[in-house]
Design a protein around this ligand. Structure first.
Ligand code: ATP
Ligand code: F6P
Length: 484
């Protein structure tokens, strides 16, 4: 459903049936209108079952696809309120395991009302234009879920999906508990690791006493058991809900690395031309020959699959790598349409207005007969989905393509995405961690031209979503912030 049939047909259209299309050729294009999509995703699960992890992954994925998504974390609200009360009344509340005991009536009431308040904020935010609000709480009893259901039923056009994470694997639970204790969970920042561990385990056992897995047959839900070992789906309908379910079903947390490399320097790179399907330059060939040693030194005996585009320069770059290789049409470079095979100077002369439009808003600019970065993001969606399913992958790709993929893993903003530095002859290694990705860059000592063009002054400034590297979330207006 692109406006220009050329985009879909030239790229073989591996793109998913996209949400509302965008218009415009050689100029800025409008943001898609998703205003009709209103989904509440209510998390369900004991503590340390990856609810916040899943909430944040889902948020990043849907934001990358341009939906307006926000996580409403009830734990953060609880701590914010406690801090305010401490400031106003001088009363310091203790949120140790006793606070989470269901035999503590006052605390139970307090927790219920915090969950309700957070849900109200979420509903208001959806009414003001949000698309997917994620209620990050335990929602671990039938009665709590019934309340959520009754409240959402009062709102016209809102869909409710419960997302339950069940886990009884002792290894996973122990690792998640250690993460809380070691990575500065805000509830335990003033405790020793031993006290924190003891208290957190007691909190879990308090929840276990009353926990009820979802058995309500009328609810829409997705249940993930032991990090995807088994997934139950019930009553999931509609485009966006199905996409959400499909994405969550593909996630795993097995340790792995994702390597990005552009093709070796190409003849067109040397000539300053964009696009095309040229072969590697002599220096590009040197890079292709040097790449296997760098990768095998890094990955050792572990299995790895190499993905390339269908263009000659990536296939040539992969030729000496001793791994299984797959080619993806979706990984072909951004299609520059009528500007293909031209230099930036030639484009500036032939299409001065287009060049100015691109400088003003590079993410949205669509080449005549070609693509915008936004189009590329849409066509890369199946690649992202497959990357989530896979383990060690090396992608030998192109500048624009790798920028889009890199932006997904580091959750970078659209306006910055087309200016991300992905130099030639450099391998970028991303290692997904609980709350972000670690990154290492390896530059081989083989010269290559610099194809990066800096952001011009006056270019569109970033709009909404923030932050680059994430380690752990801390309180800040419901946004994750890296811990420094
Ligand atoms: P709490 O209720 O205490 O906030 P939580 O359920 O939100 O806990 P997280 O803080 O999200 O738990 O736990 C993060 C850990 O969960 C990460 O180490 C991540 O690897 C792991 N994890 C991710 N997905 C799952 C899953 N489906 N099941 C269990 N653990 C998971
Ligand atoms: O210059 C190399 C290249 O891969 C071109 O083929 C492509 O059009 C360009 O990079 C994308 O970069 P930018 O979006 O900065 O023009």
């Amino acid at each position: 459903r692109f406006d220009e049939s050329t985009v879909a047909s030239r790229k073989g259209s591996l793109a998913p049936s996209p949400p509302p299309s965008v218009k415009g050729i050689g100029k800025k294009v409008a943001k898609p209108d998703y205003s009709e999509q209103k989904i509440v995703v209510a998390m369900v699960g004991l503590p340390a079952r990856g609810k916040s992890y899943l909430s944040n992954k889902l948020m990043i994925y849907l934001r990358w696809l341009e939906y307006d998504v926000k996580v409403f974390n009830v734990g953060q609200l609880r701590r914010t309120k406690a801090r305010q009360r401490a400031q106003q009344l001088g009363i310091k509340e203790m949120h140790n395991a006793d606070f989470f005991s269901h035999s503590n009536a006052q605390a139970t009431q307090s927790r219920d009302s915090l969950a309700e308040e957070s849900l109200e904020t979420l509903i208001q935010w959806l009414k003001e234009g949000g698309n997917v609000g994620i209620h990050d709480a335990t929602n671990s009893t039938k009665s709590r879920r019934a309340k959520i259901e009754a409240r959402i039923a009062k709102e016209k056009g809102m869909t409710l999906i419960f997302l339950e994470s069940l886990c009884d694997d002792p290894g996973t639970i122990a690792a998640n508990v250690e993460l809380k204790v070691s990575q500065g969970d805000p509830d335990y920042k003033d405790m020793s690791p031993d006290d924190a561990r003891r208290d957190f385990l007691r909190r879990i056992s308090e929840y276990e006493k009353v926990y009820e897995t979802i058995t309500e047959p009328h609810l829409s839900y997705l249940r993930i058991k032991n990090v995807g070992e088994e997934v139950d789906l019930s009553r999931i309908n509609g485009y966006l809900s199905s996409r959400i379910a499909f994405y969550l079903m593909n996630l795993h947390i097995r340790p792995r690395s994702i390597f990005f490399s552009r093709h070796g320097e190409s003849q067109y790179n040397v000539e300053g031309k964009i696009g095309g399907d040229s072969l590697l330059s002599p220096r590009g060939m040197q890079y292709a020959k040097a790449l296997p040693a760098l990768i095998t030194d890094n990955i050792g005996e572990k299995p790895l699959t190499v993905w390339t585009s269908t263009l000659k320069r990536t296939i040539q770059t992969s030729q000496y790598l001793p791994y299984t290789k797959l080619t993806w049409k979706s990984l072909d470079e951004l299609d520059a349409g009528v500007c293909d095979a031209m230099t930036y100077e030639e484009i500036e002369q032939a299409y001065p207005d287009d060049s100015a439009n691109r400088d003003e808003d590079k993410f949205n600019y669509r080449y005549r007969g070609g693509e915008s970065y936004r189009d590329v993001v849409v066509r890369l969606e199946p690649v992202i989905m497959e990357l989530e399913r896979q383990e060690n992958i090396l992608i030998i790709g192109h500048q624009a393509i790798l920028r889009c993929l890199y932006a997904y893993f580091h959750h970078l903003q659209q306006a910055d995405l087309p200016y991300i530095k992905i130099p030639l002859h450099t391998v970028i290694k991303l290692t997904p961690k609980a709350y972000g990705c670690d990154e290492e860059r390896y530059t081989l000592p083989i010269n290559a031209v610099d194809t990066h063009r800096p952001k011009p002054k006056g270019a569109k400034q970033p709009e909404v979503h923030s932050t680059t590297r994430r380690k752990y979330y801390v309180e800040a207006d419901n946004e994750m912030k890296p811990v420094v």
